[in-house]
Design a protein around this ligand. Sequence first.
Ligand SMILES: N[C@@H](CCC(=O)N[C@@H](CS)C(=O)NCC(=O)O)C(=O)O
Length: 212
Amino acid sequence: MITIYGRESSSSVQLVMWAVNELGLAHERLDYGHGHASTKTGEYLAMNPMGRVPVLVDGPVCMFESAAILRYLGAAYGGGAFWPSDPAVRGPLDTWAEWAKNTFTEAVLEIFVYDVRLPPDSRDPSILERAARRLEPLARMLADRIGGGPWIAGEAFTFADIACGHILHRYFTLDWDRPDLPALFDYYQRLQGRPAYRRHAMISYESLRGSY
Ligand SMILES: N[C@@H](CCC(=O)N[C@@H](CS)C(=O)NCC(=O)O)C(=O)O
């Protein structure tokens, strides 16, 4: 049985929860992090010295960093198309997975912090303008990569779709001046055809409003 520690409102937890459910793995999720059980206890810090969510425990395996957890799940349970065994196939997909987590998601989260986390009276519109200028070309890159898809790899749904897609609910629901990118919007619509995406990656962030 896999245990995931982390609140479902965290985008990093959503990435892991979507993956676990997409792969049909038996698991439980325990509410830890902002507004829930503390991640600063000695017991939790022994699992993740960063004191962040998520943590995944699978028998003797204990991990943090959602992107690493996704790769672990792919290697351990993915098989077939989801986690291609050929490095020449997996490597280029992993490029997009890495880029999505470290570059694209970080840029979306900059707008998330502005639009959701900051109390309205401490928002400086120039921060939003700068964040939008950073995100727009990245969104174009992702739209160009997806093209007609249907998925990042083409016909096969893979771990790279989880890395790229988990943050799109926020990308498309935050209040900012999004560029018109039909390929990206169509991809987001296709993702919504996957029950695990709808249930685990389209979570309300209302409980986080004004929480900075
Ligand atoms: N790079 C880490 C980021 C972890 C992280 O910053 N998690 C946030 C939520 S997305 C967190 O723990 N926030 C504090 C809290 O919930 O107590 C990962 O992908 O796992």
